[in-house]
Design a protein around this ligand. Structure first.
Ligand code: AMP
Length: 305
C-alpha cells in the first residue's frame, strides 16, 4: 500500500480579485489553499501555516474538509494575510494592488513530529526563508521536495532563494521568472542554469502554451488544455503544483504528473478563486488528462547538463 503523504507550506489569505469582467472580495486564497484543494483529491495532505482570528467560517470549512492534518496550522490573534490583484485586459498581466502581511509578519513554521516525516513536501509560494525553515525541520532525508516561487523573491531575496533551491528537488516557475532568475533569454539555457543550482528537475510553466520539463536526462513539453472562457487566472500555478506533487506521491511518472498538474490548472482558471476546483468531477479531469497525453513532445536532442 502507498503510505505517502504530502506536507504543504505556503500562504493562506483573503484575496480581493479584479478581472476584466468582475470583482470579488475576501475570497479564500493563498498558495496553500489552491495547492491543498488540488493535492488532497489523491493523497493525505498536512499543512503548516498561519491565519488570524478573523479567518471566516468558510475558510475553516475548506481547511477542515480538504486537509488530513491541521496540527501545524497556527490560529493567532490578529489579521489574516490579505492580497489584492487586478488583471489587465489581456488576462495575463496582473498588478498587485496591496499585500497586507498581518499575522504572516511574525510567522515561524513549526513542524509537529508527524509532519517532520512526510514523503513529499510542497514549498508553495512564500518567502524562501520560511521555506528553508520547513526543510530544516524535516527529518526524512528521502523526502521529495517540490518548490514554487515568484518574481518578488527573485528580486528581493535572491540569496535566500538560491539557498533553498539547492536543498530542493523540483522547481516550478514561469518563463519570465526563469529568465529573471538566470538572466538567460533562451528556455533551454535557463533550464540548464537552474539545474546547475542543485535541482534535479525544473518545470517551466508557459500559461496558454503549456509547460516544459527539464531534468538531467529528459526534456519534454506538454501542451495546454484549450480553455473556452477564462474567468480568473488566480491560483493556477499553485493548483498546478498541488496536483503535480500529489501525482508524484501516487508514484506517477514525471510526464503523467505534469499532465495532471496542467489539467487541474486549466480547471482553476475557469472558475473564480478556487470555486471550480472545489467542485470538479473525476470525469472532467480525466478527459483533460487524455487530451493532454496527446500533446506530449519528447526532445531526444536534450543532452542535459
Ligand atoms: P498565483 O496566481 O499562482 O500567483 O497565486 C495567487 C495567490 O498567491 C493568491 O491567492 C495570493 O493570496 C497569494 N499571494 C500573493 N502574493 C503573495 C506573497 N507575496 N506571498 C505569498 N502568497 C502570495
Amino acid at each position: 500500500m502507498n503510505e505517502n503523504s504530502v506536507l504543504i507550506v505556503g500562504s493562506i489569505g483573503l484575496d480581493t480579485i479584479e478581472t476584466p469582467t468582475q470583482r470579488q472580495e475576501n475570497k479564500i486564497g493563498g498558495s496553500t489553499t489552491y495547492s491543498l484543494i488540488a493535492a488532497s483529491r489523491n493523497i493525505p495532505v498536512s499543512i503548516v501555516g498561519i491565519i488570524g482570528n478573523d479567518f471566516p467560517d468558510e475558510g475553516h470549512s475548506i481547511f477542515n474538509s480538504y486537509a488530513k492534518n491541521l496540527d501545524d496550522l497556527q490560529i493567532v490573534q490578529g489579521k489574516t494575510f490579505r492580497w489584492g490583484g487586478r488583471y489587465h485586459k489581456n488576462w495575463d498581466d496582473r498588478d498587485t494592488l496591496y499585500t497586507e502581511l498581518g499575522v504572516f509578519s511574525d510567522f515561524k513554521p513549526v513542524l509537529s513530529d508527524s509532519n517532520k516525516n512526510r514523503s513529499h513536501i510542497f514549498l508553495a509560494n512564500i518567502h524562501p526563508d520560511l521555506q528553508q525553515l520547513v526543510i530544516q525541520q524535516n527529518n526524512n532525508k528521502d523526502a521529495l521536495i517540490v518548490i514554487d516561487t515568484m518574481n518578488l523573491w527573485i528580486n528581493i531575496a535572491r540569496d535566500s532563494l538560491t539557498n533553498v533551491l539547492s536543498d530542493s528537488n523540483i522547481l516550478l516557475l514561469n518563463e519570465s521568472e526563469a529568465q529573471l532568475l538566470t538572466k538567460k533569454e533562451n528556455l533551454s539555457d535557463s533550464a540548464s542554469a537552474i539545474l546547475d543550482m542543485g535541482l534535479d528537475t525544473v518545470v517551466i510553466k508557459k500559461g496558454s502554451n503549456g509547460a516544459e520539463l527539464f531534468s538531467r536526462n529528459e526534456h519534454f513539453s506538454v501542451g495546454a488544455y484549450p480553455i473556452e472562457k477564462v474567468v480568473d487566472p488566480t491560483g493556477a500555478g499553485d493548483t498546478f503544483g498541488g496536483a503535480l506533487i500529489s501525482a508524484l506521491a501516487c508514484d506517477k511518472t514525471l510526464t503523467d504528473s505534469v499532465i495532471y498538474g496542467s489539467s487541474f490548472a486549466s480547471l482553476c482558471v475557469e472558475g473564480f478563486g478556487s470555486d471550480k476546483i472545489q467542485n470538479v468531477s473525476e470525469r472532467i479531469i480525466n478527459e483533460r488528462v487524455n487530451f493532454l497525453q496527446s500533446t506530449v513532445k519528447l526532445d531526444s536532442t536534450w543532452v542535459g547538463i
